[in-house]
Design a protein. Sequence first.
Length: 318
Amino acid sequence: MADQPGLWEQSDLLGLLGAGPRQTSPQSLDPGPHPQAGSQSSEPDSQTGDQPTPQPGSPPGPQPITLPSLSAVARRSGPTAPERILILDTETTALSPQEGICIEVGAVLFHVPSRSVLQQLSFLLPCSSNPAEGINGLPPAVTRLPQPLEAALDLFQAQLRGAEVVVAHNAAFDRQWFGQGCLPDLSLPWICSMEDIRWPAERLLKPNPSVRDLALAYGVPVWAAHRALTDCQYLVHVFERCADLEELLVAAQEPRHLYRARLSYAERHQAREAGFRWNDPVSGSWSRRLSQKELEALPFAVVRVEQELSVATLPQSA
């Protein structure tokens, strides 16, 4: 049996058949000189070049395929956006590993260029008590029900191997639980969708928005809260609606340092409006992590917290 033509060969053949020979109408007859048969016009058609012009009603020839998100990445010079990210969330019994444990992990492997979910996973970790049950709705007895936990942990490790970056909303909170108990230590770079991504101004979001406010700003219905996979899915739906997701992720990976605002009590509103947070993570101060570009754009003075700490630890001269 003869080999069948491939897809592109079929498309080219259809295009040629659809174009067909040019028809000559009586109105086009001109008493002036014409080029001889087999000769070519010295002036190519400015619109079609050397391609035949299809007649009305003929099937169109093959058209180029364009993927906008991939084109945006190709045009951008410098750092590129990650193609595969692992969207991650945790539910816990307390605010820190010193006070409690992680009892649920949700993870979604997401392909950025196609805005597609590749794989998603959620699993529980057993606990004897859960003081945060009123928030996350996880009774301790449910966490102790039989489940394939070892298989879930293996799949989670496989997801990590397939990702370039971890994305979490309030990453500083989620990050602290890994490397504790049976959860692996994560060596991948982290992006915080609450603090590192600067969402477009037209979304009218406050600095450091909650995942609920972020979802609503992008037209994503909020149907539940405080379950790990649910919060991951909110970010998925937001990312699906982001035409400029690649640019947001690249900017989010710029180096950032922690700064403390130098403002009087009467001027504190400037820090709040710039996204600084009071008493978190620097006690008794308005602070925020900033890139160099963001630092230069501030209308007020700041002090880098790491530099303050290093100066405070220097030995005092006699």
